[in-house]
Design a protein around this ligand. Structure first.
Ligand code: ZN
Length: 164
């Protein structure tokens, strides 16, 4: 026969031989070949050592609820991300916001989740803050207020219907 190591399909036969799942006829043929082929003998001996080691090795038992806890954690983390990103999806797809603006919105989202504001924020303290700022700072603040308003509209679609 051809040396099993040299041909791909016979290599599988050799593996089957090592795991003793080969039929008697082919086992006998391989027995003969292995006797005369140092390469195959080495391979079979290596495989047998491996099988022996695997038999001897006892896996540390995994705690019964390992899978449950793992999936719970994956689910928790995915839904957390999903929850955070959900309000931005329409905005991102509609307007293609640059990354910086998205990051700003993310920050605002975190702040809002930490201090959930009830109704739209009262204009009082904000306009007081705007006084005494340089024009470009006012403009910047107004831009941010616009973003905040847009964000509030997206986060709370029940208060104002978003235009789709
Ligand atoms: Zn061989």
């Amino acid at each position: 026969m051809k040396c099993p190591i040299e041909t791909r399909e016979n290599a599988e036969v050799l593996l089957a031989y090592c795991s003793r799942s080969l039929d008697a006829e082919r086992t006998a043929i391989l027995d003969d070949h292995i006797r005369i082929c140092p390469g195959c003998r080495e391979f079979v001996e290596g495989q047998r050592a491996l099988w022996k080691a695997l038999d001897a090795w006892e896996a540390t038992p995994v705690s019964a609820d390992f899978d449950r806890r793992l999936y719970q954690r994956i689910q928790k983390e995915v839904s957390w991300w999903d929850l955070l990103m959900r309000p931005f999806r329409p905005l991102l797809f509609r307007q293609g916001l640059p990354i910086a603006a998205t990051a700003g919105l993310m920050l605002m989202a975190v702040l809002l989740f930490q201090h959930p504001a009830g109704a739209p924020s009262p204009p009082g303290p904000e306009s007081a803050q705007v006084e005494g700022l340089a024009p470009e700072q006012v403009e910047h603040a107004l831009d941010e207020m616009d973003m905040m308003r847009e964000f509030n509209r997206l986060v709370r679609p029940d208060t104002t219907e978003p235009k789709m």
